[in-house]
Write a new protein. Structure first.
Length: 147
């Protein structure tokens, strides 16, 4: 057995899996902590971000979205992510799925602790020449919206 079949059976190197999981969590943390203006750093130059408003094609477009999101200083959010599944495609690529429960409040004060939505990310990850894992594609699909 060789190629993709062997990689799928053997799984990712634990260090690669940890790096991808850190990438996933860093994406949410930057948004939740007012640092979305740095989100472009997590994406490959030719990456695509789907499902959050209009499609964003390329790191520059994704970075611009992040700058606009960071400017919403009265918006508070928390991304609770679970059910992370990562499958290797090659030594330098993988795909994954992440369940998301999003809490968000616009305006002053605490807001209500009710989820805005439950969604799923379908991701493709790519290892950069420096060894860092980046998003090559991130697609958000809303499964349940607020009542």
């Amino acid at each position: 057995m060789t190629g993709a079949a062997q990689i799928a059976i053997s799984g990712l190197d634990p260090r690669d899996r940890a790096a991808i999981e850190q990438l996933i969590q860093r994406h949410a943390w930057l948004i939740d902590h007012g640092k979305a203006d740095r989100i472009g750093e997590l994406f490959a130059e030719d990456a695509v971000l789907y499902g959050i408003g209009p499609d964003k094609i390329g790191r520059a477009a994704i970075a611009e979205w992040g700058r606009q999101r960071a400017a919403l200083t009265e918006r508070r959010s928390r991304h609770l992510q679970s059910n992370i599944l990562i499958e290797p495609l090659s030594p330098e690529t993988a795909r994954g799925w992440v369940a998301l429960t999003l809490y968000r409040h616009d305006g002053p004060g605490e807001g209500l602790a009710m989820p805005l939505l439950i969604a799923e990310y379908a991701d493709h990850y790519r290892k950069a020449p420096d060894g860092a894992w980046l998003f090559a594609e991130r697609r958000l699909s809303v499964l349940f919206g607020a009542a």
